[in-house]
Write a protein that binds this ligand. Structure first.
Ligand code: ATP
Ligand code: MG
Length: 439
């Protein structure tokens, strides 16, 4: 039997750092505590982690939940929350859950909200801070987006830690994507270099579901639900015209999970294009050839394209956004232009209707499932912080909440495995043939 990765396996360390010994009795009223070092052994699938050690290798993760002994004397603790990167349904629910749990269960002295991402720490931007109380966060979940505001772009870790020290913050909760988790790791290193005692807890946010060691990220369920509405509309448009083609662009810069899952949810999709499967447009068996065949026989088609699909078909601009993420080429415009060209050259009638629901999907409030999930994430983040843990994220893997070191979740991006049964099921539900894998 394969052994759980040892502490020596490079990059696969699963033990969690602490600020020091936990000696203070927990103020929680429930008395159902998780053992101080209680772990869970999980065999992860490829949909949960891109594990270099190989799928099925058991990992020992620390179990999330309240501990009987605290590092912090919680009634003296000041917490801060920051949200970074793009929007995703559920961010406000996580903020709300942290504030409610910190105040009601741990009776903390204060929770402050840092405005506009990491910028909020840096004096030159002049952003205010918000005192977050149970009263003023009570309606946060009604709205999508982030009530704290967000931003991209790097800020120096030493200036961030200066700000935390100036404000006497003991615990920092960072809600954000892969970039934010890397920034969190840098902040932890700076705190350690100063021998400071500030806990940093990450709550991974990615609408694309592409964070390693996070089974399914919060907001993903809502995103898929919204995406299926757009696909249903595209289908109506497609059948409403002779040789109608509905094209829906969905999120998924490097991983096509939303496109794949929405395709499984709504079997109207005939072609699904994801970053993990570089497809040919031209030639026998290419997208245009398959689309022509579909129109000749059925006279309508729906194409779902993830924003990061087909990047090999266009020239890289070389541009990056403020956080250094590559600016992708607009694959949907290229597809539409090439489809029009193709059918014009064959004197075939074809009507294309294009729907891009991305900003609607990102900004809606979370659905019930995601709300429940966000509530657990917020509560477990507070439990972890009060017990003195740091340099970790709260994650749900196989329906269990666990602690995962920041280094593990930022190791690499999680991607769809196109050799998996899951992807086969996606292709099976579209009727799309495997396409040649070159441009
Ligand atoms: P999203 O999923 O929306 O992309 P994200 O957290 O990855 O979320 P980014 O804009 O990439 O969003 O990063 C958020 C913050 O983290 C930014 O302020 C950015 O400068 C910082 N950051 C990004 N990448 C890194 C990195 N490699 N090292 C340190 N900080 C980073
Ligand atoms: Mg990112």
């Amino acid at each position: 039997m394969a052994k759980a990765p040892s502490a020596k396996t490079p990059g696969l360390e699963t033990s969690i750092q602490t600020l020091g010994a936990a000696k203070i009795p927990s103020p929680l009223r429930y008395g159902r505590y998780v053992g101080q070092d209680e772990t869970l052994e999980l065999r992860l699938t490829e949909e949960e982690a891109d594990v270099s050690a190989g799928p099925g290798v058991p990992f020992k993760f620390e179990k999330a939940g309240p501990r009987g002994a605290m590092y912090f004397d919680s009634s003296k603790v000041k917490c801060a929350i920051v949200t970074c990167g793009g929007l995703c349904p559920g961010i406000n629910d996580v903020i709300r859950a942290i504030v409610m749990d910190a105040h009601h269960n741990y009776n903390v002295a204060s929770v402050i909200g840092i405005r506009y991402g990491l910028q909020g720490f840096i004096p030159k931007y002049g952003h205010d801070i918000i005192e977050l109380t149970p009263k003023n966060v009570s309606n946060f979940h009604v709205f999508g987006g982030t009530e704290l505001g967000s931003s991209r772009g790097p800020q120096a870790p030493d200036e961030i830690v200066d700000a935390l020290e100036r404000m006497n913050v003991n615990v920092l909760f960072m809600i954000g994507g892969d970039g934010t988790m890397k920034a969190a790791a840098n902040i932890v290193r700076e705190i350690q270099a100063r021998k400071s005692r500030i806990s940093v807890i990450g709550i991974p946010k990615t609408i694309d579901n592409d964070i390693n060691f996070v089974g399914r990220s919060f907001g993903f369920d809502t995103a898929v639900e919204k995406a299926t509405e757009a696909i249903a509309c595209a289908h109506v448009e497609a059948v409403g015209a002779f040789n109608g083609i509905g094209v829906v662009k969905l999120m998924g810069r490097e991983s096509g999970f939303i496109a794949a899952q929405a395709t499984l949810a709504l079997k109207e999709v005939n072609f699904v294009l994801v970053p993990e499967s570089p497809f040919a447009l031209d030639g026998p068996g290419g997208l245009l050839d398959q689309l022509e065949h579909r129109l000749s026989t059925r006279h309508h088609a729906v194409i779902v394209v993830a924003e990061g699909a087909g990047q090999h078909l266009c020239e890289a601009s070389g541009r990056t956004d403020a956080s250094g993420n590559p600016v992708l080429c607009d694959i949907s415009s290229l597809l539409i232009a090439r489809i029009k060209e193709h059918f014009k050259a064959r004197a075939m009638e074809a009507t294309i209707k294009f729907i891009d629901p991305s900003y609607i999907i990102r900004s809606v409030p979370a659905n019930a499932n995601d709300r429940v999930y966000c509530g657990f994430l917020g509560q477990n983040a507070v439990h972890a912080a009060m017990s003195g843990r740091t340099g970790m994220v709260v994650s749900r893997l196989q329906s269990r909440f666990v602690h995962v070191p920041l280094e593990l979740v930022t190791m690499k991006r999680k991607k769809l495995n196109t050799a998996s049964d899951y992807w086969r099921a996606v292709l099976e539900s579209t009727g799309q043939e495997e396409m040649p894998q070159q441009g």
